[in-house]
Design a protein around this ligand. Structure first.
Ligand SMILES: [Zn+2]
Length: 88
């Protein structure tokens, strides 16, 4: 038989530890499985409609849009400047 069943004190200590381990395990494992099975993509890009699970992903994505727009604007301004040179 199990040796700790003879002593109530030891048995109580062991079951508490076991319970804590089970609770910790459940709390840690459950959200991980949920995220892996169906990630909640509630962060949506207003510019292109792309959806993300985490705010930092949307942030990085939006920064990408900004850089793209900056490059486009710079290219347009460069063209305009060269056109102005040709006109004058
Ligand atoms: Zn986007």
């Amino acid at each position: 038989m199990k040796p700790w069943q003879k002593s109530t004190y030891v048995s109580e200590e062991k079951t508490e530890e076991e319970k804590q381990e089970v609770i910790r395990g459940e709390v840690k494992i459950e959200p991980k499985i949920e995220k892996e099975e169906k990630p909640e993509k509630r962060y949506i890009c207003e510019l292109c409609g792309a959806s993300f699970s985490y705010p930092h992903q949307l942030r990085n994505h939006t920064l990408g849009h900004l850089r793209q727009e900056e490059r486009r604007a710079e290219a347009k301004l460069k063209l305009l400047r060269e056109q102005m040179k040709n006109i004058s």
